[in-house]
Design a protein around this ligand. Structure first.
Ligand code: SF4
Length: 291
């Protein structure tokens, strides 16, 4: 079987950097390392870290003061981070792109801007971003945009309002762009100041574009990722909207469990999300190549 692996498949630069740092620290210390929340959204990788003695914890009670505690790639709440600094030996693995957005939000918030974030309210990155704003709303779908604009109009501060529109790094571009358009239209009526910062990480779009291009060349595509990962789910949904021959799998066992008839196909594509470890992708590619 011919296997095409999409360009930019697998760990993004932010996750690669986090992995390199945490593994090199683990090599140099016998101390237990704790990661506060999932380092990345992939259960297989979290289990792998656990096998190396790097524990993922959701509650801090069990972690002794002075322990090494990792802040994951998505970043965390600003106030919580300050508290953790006093109690633990913190290792901040927040992706530098997320850090940059946190700083931008903080700086605009200090100038009195109302912050509009497009993304998923419950996503850890967004929860962290919100903590850098004074006044802020998260837009999850287009229907929320007009509601927010009406609410701001009612508040009667139209002429003074300054707004920053920014996105979750793995956010949806069409939602981001429609939000910008709606606010620009409202600002022309009310005299609001609208600033935009395009914070969508290009790696996910590049990977998606390459995988879409490959659809024409292949018989079937396997998106490899965990369903808890936003970027894996988005990648699958986009490809699936262009072809019915797209499957979502997390592991080689998932692939085998599909019981597909591979004899009907000659060429397959494999594309992994930003949070899919290389060893998972490799096991799937080797299996397919051997068919
Ligand atoms: S997807 Fe982009 S923003 Fe998110 S961790 Fe990776 S490099 Fe950083």
């Amino acid at each position: 079987m011919q296997v095409i692996v999409a360009k930019y498949s697998g760990f993004c630069p932010g996750v690669m950097q986090a992995e390199d740092t945490i593994l090199s620290i683990k090599d140099k210390t016998k101390d237990k390392i704790y990661v506060y929340g999932y380092l990345i959204h992939n259960q297989t990788y979290i289990d792998y870290l656990s096998s190396l003695g790097i524990a993922t914890i959701e509650e801090l009670e069990a972690v002794e003061p002075g322990s090494r505690l990792v802040i994951r790639t998505h970043g965390i709440d600003r106030t919580l981070e300050e508290k953790l600094k006093e109690r633990y030996h913190l290792l901040d693995l927040t992706c530098h792109k997320v850090k940059k957005i946190q700083k931008i939000i903080h700086s605009f918030a200090q100038k009195g801007y109302f912050i509009v974030i497009t993304g998923k309210r419950e996503h850890p990155e967004v929860k962290g971003l919100v903590s850098y704003a004074e006044r802020c709303t998260v837009i999850e779908k287009e229907a929320h945009v007009s509601q927010l604009i009406q609410q701001l109009e009612k508040e009667g501060k139209e002429s003074k309002l300054s707004i920053l529109i920014i996105s979750q790094t793995t956010g949806d571009r069409s939602l981001f762009e429609s939000t910008i358009q709606a606010f620009q239209k409202a600002s022309s009526v009310h005299g609001w100041t609208v600033e935009v910062h395009d914070s969508i990480c290009s790696i996910t779009a590049l990977r998606e574009r390459e995988a879409l291009k490959n659809l024409e060349k292949v018989d079937v595509t396997f998106v490899v990722g965990d369903r808890i990962s936003s970027n894996a789910t988005k990648l699958y949904n986009t490809l699936r909207s262009h072809s019915s021959q797209v499957y979502f799998i997390s592991t080689l066992e998932d692939l085998k469990g599909l019981n597909l008839d591979f004899s009907q196909w000659n060429t397959v594509q494999v594309v992994s999300s930003s949070s899919t470890p290389a060893f998972v992708e490799k096991s799937i590619v080797s299996y397919l190549e051997a068919l």
